[in-house]
Design a protein around this ligand. Structure first.
Ligand SMILES: [Zn+2]
Ligand SMILES: [Zn+2]
Length: 351
């Protein structure tokens, strides 16, 4: 059920980033998103597999999303296709259009020109955890190609990729799909994170995430899983219950510059984490996203790209909104033990 009549929204309006004059953070205003078939629907049932006959991704040509931007292995027998989103959060920069900064009284805004692509895997039901290892690694290679293409776009300052699993995590279509967006601004989350990494580097001469991997491997308490090139753990100050970080063990600032063997191990380890969540947490709705370094940023070398997996098992309430401080009701030490399939208990932590 729609809360507002659709005529309420100025669909003709271009997307724009408005800057909060106090915090400096950017907010994306995207009126066209309200046109999505399920926008504002109160009750969604998409965690039940939807019938194939109703699925817009079964015939991309008919859905007006063909030809694709990237296709693997070929158009006829495609297994992975990257296509433009029909309801983009940003405005596609057609005819070489770039993002422009405007003054708006005392405020400023930036036209939200950029790409909003969907990476679609062919099988209607196989979500990321159910793909074969080879298929999962291929998804990551296609993500890399999409990041490389967006990095060549002069308007882009940052490329983000993510996956919504379940209505509670924002997915509006059952068929497995991932999203890649190029933004003309660097998100506040990334700005804060890189600032912290730079400060740590200045003080200690080392990458903070390389040090975290070392410390977490030494203590063992918050390890969720690892393989040769990748590491997964519950962050010491997790903001959400059962949040997990997955990252390459070696220091790679940028996602798209990571060698294939490390990329493959990250994809496989991410699958293990998602399977553990399904098994031990009752298949929760969740998001995962690639936290990459900004494009063309001199500070970027301090960053160590990683993936954050956030199951949607809690809701922010008044305290979180009023303070910005998140109450997490699950100790990350316990979260890691649960995801390892062990009874929670204190191990020998080395400080
Ligand atoms: Zn489908
Ligand atoms: Zn590092």
């Amino acid at each position: 059920m729609c809360f507002f009549p659709k005529s309420f929204f100025p669909f003709y309006q271009m997307s724009e980033f408005r800057q909060d004059i106090v915090s400096g953070d950017w907010v994306l205003l995207s009126p066209r998103r309200a046109l999505r078939p399920n926008a504002f629907q109160k009750k969604r049932t998409i965690r039940k597999p939807s019938p194939k006959k109703d699925c817009p991704f079964e015939d991309l040509q008919k859905n007006g999303q063909w030809p694709p931007v990237i296709v693997y292995p070929n158009s006829e027998h495609w297994k992975i296709a990257v296509v433009p989103n029909k309801y983009p959060a940003l405005t596609y920069g057609e005819n070489g259009e770039h993002s422009t900064l405007f003054r708006h009284g005392i405020y400023q805004l930036r036209t939200a020109v950029g790409n909003h692509w969907l990476l679609i895997t062919r099988d209607h039901n196989k979500h990321f955890a159910e793909l074969s290892g080879g298929e999962a690694a291929r998804v990551f290679e296609v993500f890399r190609e999409a990041h490389e293409m967006n990095a060549r776009d002069k308007s882009a300052a940052y490329v983000t990729s993510f996956y919504n699993y379940g209505a509670g995590a924002g997915a509006s279509i059952w068929h497995p799909h991932y999203q890649v967006l190029s933004l003309p601004v660097i998100p506040a989350h990334t700005v804060h994170s890189i600032r912290g990494a730079r400060e740590y580097f200045k003080k200690h001469g080392r990458c903070v995430r390389c040090d975290i991997i070392k410390a977490e491997r030494r203590s063992g308490i918050r390890i969720v899983a690892e393989n040769k090139h990748a590491f997964a753990f519950a962050p010491y100050a997790s903001k959400k219950p059962f949040e997990v970080s997955v990252l390459p063990k070696r220091h790679w600032p940028s996602f798209r510059e990571t060698p294939p063997e490390a990329m493959r191990d990250v994809a496989l380890l991410l699958q293990s984490v998602l399977r553990a969540m399904k098994k031990h947490l009752g298949d929760p709705d969740l998001n995962f996203f690639i936290h990459d370094t900004p494009l063309n940023d001199r500070e970027s070398r301090y960053h160590h790209w990683h993936i954050e997996v956030v199951p949607r098992v809690s809701t922010d309430a008044g305290f979180e909104f009023s303070t910005g401080i998140i109450i997490n009701v699950v100790d990350p030490d316990v979260a890691a033990a649960v995801l390892r399939g062990k009874k929670p208990g204190k191990g020998p932590e080395v400080h």
